[in-house]
Design a protein around this ligand. Structure first.
Ligand SMILES: [Zn+2]
Length: 172
């Protein structure tokens, strides 16, 4: 009986050793897996969907001069097909924030009056709140030793995130 108990204890220790061995397995599997590939169309579609927009109404993929472009009166954004895949979601979110500025304020001129020289940083802070890694206007501020987004910028950004205009409700 004593020998049997001893065998059971040893078996448990062995089982414990096996259980302890398991946490290494995912890391080994991850190391063996190929690196995650960035797929441009997946990033594009995922971001438009995340924003609750219909790509047919809001976005054009076009050979524009910059990575992205916003049309505040038309409530449209353009994205350049040469925009690097890892920037696609950040650029779409930033340009969408400009569209929201146009929707909320009532067009480009009204948006300029409302945001003034904070038009870009508010768009970047909105993009940043949505999880964007590429926020060049915010980064420039940080590089200049200022806060990336001030409390006022974040308040305006949150207002844009919460805004749903009656004209665009149908696409959400
Ligand atoms: Zn901008």
């Amino acid at each position: 009986m004593r020998r049997l108990l001893g065998a059971v204890i040893i078996a448990n220790i062995l089982a414990g050793a096996l259980v302890l061995r398991i946490p290494n397995a995912p890391a080994e599997l991850a190391a063996a897996a190929p690196p995650r590939q960035c797929d441009w169309n997946t990033e594009y579609e995922r971001t438009i969907k995340e924003l609750g927009e219909d790509p047919r109404d809001v976005v054009r993929v076009a050979g524009i001069a910059r990575k992205g472009q916003a049309y505040l009166d038309a409530h449209m954004i353009g994205i350049n097909p040469t925009t690097p895949c890892d920037m696609v979601s950040s650029v779409i979110r930033h340009e969408w924030a400009h569209v929201q500025q146009g929707r909320l304020a009532g067009g480009l001129d009204a948006a300029w009056r409302k945001y003034g020289d904070r038009l870009e940083i508010v768009a970047d802070c909105t993009s940043w709140l949505l999880g964007s890694k590429h926020t060049p206007y915010r980064q420039q501020r940080i590089d200049d030793h200022f806060p990336g987004c001030t409390a006022a910028d974040l308040a305006d950004a949150r207002e844009l995130l919460g805004f749903r205009s009656p004209a665009d409700v149908s696409v959400r």
